[in-house]
Write a new protein. Structure first.
Length: 413
């Protein structure tokens, strides 16, 4: 059971196994942060009222440490359980699992940084499905470990503790010595599992390179569109527009959450074409790692959005273009997984003003970016073009993608 969403075919017929609560993850106002944003917006030229809301993807599922990976996994499970999986054989994303006779997949295998949220959600899904899980944690991915004062604690607490409690076989790796790569390590693990009679199914980091990984957030876009009516109110009469979330802020790690949302909102906008007059919702990705440059991510986001778009019934080339990809790389901080001073201020601000806990790796950076847009003049500048007069109501949605279970490992913040 899940909330009744009006989703058109062919999207509605794509197989999915529900992992979420039978109701939408909540959207609630961020009242005190809205006051901050409106206060500073009023200093500008217009009478702009900014209302901030949060969609709580960290409350989307009863499964451990709910976060954005459960929605992605919902669309991958049918392939895992299939008698002839189309994907999952190894790091080459599109290779089918070679099944040995009538054997089915026995073991989910995935990888991540030491404090990866994704691996927790994969381990939990494996348990739920009665499968084993092998989790590969790389010490060289992300700066969380190298910047931790207590490295020993970083390797045992937070998500590492959780993933072990969920029953995963956890293996930690040092940075591989060239010419060996991380992918080689993965293939070796898969080979060993096969040699011992298991049928492993490989889920790439963040489930984003998996061809079905973008669908979860395409569906979430429909959920958000549905919730707009409840949360922002119905239009009062004919000709009055349905209020919308004008800006939606979300983390961009690998970019498949963002890509999925872009595709989903495109399709939702088409299905709600009577509401065309309203500005389209703007989905803004906040980059959470400075490792790779902006164009690298923009290309990937576009690719993920088009891949999801094609599966849900859009014309990927014509309907989704680089204009739909908005990525802000100013808040990525020093390194992936490192909480810089400014981001830490935001984490504390949101805790003190809204009693909402953010995570140190993703959502704190997103909240910082959102507050920059909302309290500065960036939103006003966009509203002023084309020029408008009178009061302006701007609705902003922050997607909380989870991850607080890593906080324990960042004990010094
Ligand atoms: C994985 C993760 C993200 C990033 O999602 P992508 O789809 O890889 O961009 C954001 N927030 C949290 C808490 C995550 O665990």
């Amino acid at each position: 059971m899940s909330p009744r969403l009006t989703i058109p075919d062919p999207f509605a017929s794509i197989p999915r196994v529900n992992l979420l609560y039978p109701f939408s993850s909540p959207i609630h106002p961020l009242q005190n942060l809205s006051k901050l944003a409106t206060g500073s917006a009023a200093k500008g030229k217009g009478n702009v009222r900014v209302s901030l809301y949060s969609k709580r993807e960290d409350h989307s599922s009863p499964l451990a440490c709910a976060g954005n990976k459960y929605r992605k996994l919902e669309y991958i499970i049918p392939d895992i359980l299939s008698s002839s999986p189309r994907f999952g054989a190894g790091v080459a994303a599109d290779s089918p699992v070679p099944l040995d006779g009538r054997k089915k997949v026995t073991t989910l295998v995935t990888e991540g940084a030491i404090q990866s949220n994704h691996t927790v959600q994969v381990a939990s899904v494996a348990s739920k499905l009665g499968l084993e899980s092998v989790v590969l944690l790389h010490k060289g991915t992300g700066g969380g470990l190298s910047s931790a004062q207590d490295k020993d604690a970083f390797l045992r607490t937070g998500n590492v503790q959780v993933v072990k409690l969920l029953g995963a076989d956890v293996r930690m790796f040092e940075k591989p010595v060239a010419p060996k790569t991380q992918d080689d390590l993965v293939e070796e693990v898969l080979e060993d599992l096969r040699a011992s009679g298991k049928v492993p199914y490989w889920i790439p980091s963040g489930a984003s390179l998996h061809p079905l990984g973008g669908l979860g957030y395409a569906r979430c876009a429909f959920e958000i569109a549905e919730q707009e009516r409840e949360v922002l109110g119905h239009p009062g009469g004919n000709g009055i527009e349905q209020p919308r979330f004008d800006y939606i802020f979300v983390a961009c790690g690998s970019g498949s959450t963002l890509g999925g949302l872009i595709a989903g909102f495109k399709l939702a906008e088409r299905s709600q074409s009577q509401q065309r007059t309203r500005r389209p919702r703007k989905v803004i990705g906040i980059l959470t790692s400075p490792t790779m440059r902006k164009p690298y991510h923009e290309e990937r986001i576009l690719r993920f959005a088009r891949r999801a778009g094609e599966m849900i019934g859009l014309d990927p080339q014509a309907d989704i273009t680089m204009d739909d990809v908005i990525l802000d790389d100013r808040f990525a901080g020093e390194r992936y997984g490192v909480l810089d001073a400014r981001t830490k201020e935001t984490l504390s601000l949101v805790a003190e003003k809204e009693e909402v806990m953010l995570d140190p790796v993703y959502t704190a950076k997103v909240a910082r970016g959102m507050m920059h847009w909302a309290t500065g003049d960036e939103i006003e500048k966009e509203l002023a073009n084309p020029p408008t007069n009178g009061d302006q109501q701007v609705n902003v949605l922050f997607i909380h993608t989870g991850g607080q279970s890593a906080l324990g490992a960042y004990a010094d913040i």
